[in-house]
Design a protein around this ligand. Structure first.
Ligand SMILES: NC(=O)c1ccc[n+]([C@@H]2O[C@H](COP(=O)([O-])OP(=O)(O)OC[C@H]3O[C@@H](n4cnc5c(N)ncnc54)[C@H](OP(=O)(O)O)[C@@H]3O)[C@@H](O)[C@H]2O)c1
Length: 251
């Protein structure tokens, strides 16, 4: 399969035909101090985070390339249960090229899958758990049902990280203590709202999909509002056709 062309247009000088090693280097730059909390989203130009209720309708091959590189680089992929249910997540596995890269860089074959849920409306028999190459983690609250926690404990490490909500600082601490300091979050919007409000966010990778969606689609963040807006610095701008791939880090 031919690789989708991605070029860097910022910082200058521009560079064409980026390979996966170039992308891995660009997305690793400055992320050396662990824990590091990165989030990745795709949005339409008018700010929609979904097309037909899913993010996939906004994605293209360039977005998928970067999506795979971000999984390759991390120790743990964190996802809100709403996104896990909506997007029909399977077990967390990287592709063969990523497995090779991870082995060469002394990483485990696959990142850990960590799911954030207050309700624990997650099926222990689902492939997420049944086919998992590494035991997943479920991050939940004191208010979740004890019997449900017990049922999920058969197939995952269930960790309480707050009373009513999973507190993001606790989540980061819990994962970092397990040696999972490269934390990569794939959404969704409610979880992202909490991440922004927590002040723990280090990086946002944002694909701008060249389309206008209109309608009532959610933004990439919703729910809790930050008391102080988080200022960002543009780290790089990649372009593939009409798609922009932006990397912002916290100021
Ligand atoms: N454009 C993109 O890149 C992108 C990325 C991801 C998702 N999406 C889209 O976003 C939509 C889902 O939106 P969403 O806001 O519902 O996603 P979400 O944030 O993944 O899900 C919300 C749910 O996650 C759990 N959760 C999140 N933060 C929590 C916290 N601090 N403590 C405890 N539980 C927490 C709760 O699960 P329980 O209900 O189990 O308690 C909550 O109901 C889908 O349509 C999906 O396709 C788009």
């Amino acid at each position: 399969m031919t690789e989708t062309a991605i070029a860097r247009v910022y910082p200058l000088p521009a560079e064409e035909g980026l390979g996966d090693e170039d992308l891995a280097a660009l997305y690793s730059d400055g992320a050396g101090d662990l824990p590091w909390l990165r989030v990745n989203f795709v949005s339409s130009v008018d700010g929609a985070a979904t097309h037909g209720g899913l993010s996939g309708g906004l994605s293209d091959d360039a977005d998928k390339r970067v999506f795979a590189i971000l999984r390759r680089l991390c120790d743990v992929v964190v996802v809100g249960a709403g996104t896990v249910r909506a997007e029909g997540y399977a077990a967390m596995r990287v592709d063969e090229a990523s497995e090779r890269w991870r082995a060469e860089h002394g990483r485990t074959a696959h990142p850990v899958f960590a799911i954030v849920s207050a309700s624990l409306d997650l099926d222990p028999a689902s492939p997420i758990f049944r086919d998992a190459p590494v035991r997943p983690i479920v991050l939940t609250t004191e208010r979740s049902r004890e019997d449900t926690r017990e049922a999920l404990s058969e197939v995952a490490d269930v960790v309480v990280c707050g009373r009513d909500r999973v507190e993001v600082d606790v989540l980061v601490q819990v994962l970092n203590e397990r040696g999972l300091g490269r934390i990569h979050c794939e959404g969704g919007p409610h979880l992202f709202g909490d991440l922004i409000a927590s002040g723990e966010l280090d990086e946002l990778c944002l694909t701008i999909s060249p389309r206008l969606e209109a309608g009532v689609a959610t933004r990439i963040s919703s729910g809790a509002s930050p008391i102080v807006p988080v200022g960002l610095r543009l780290s790089h701008t990649l372009v593939s056709g009409d798609t922009l791939l932006l990397r912002y880090v916290r100021r």
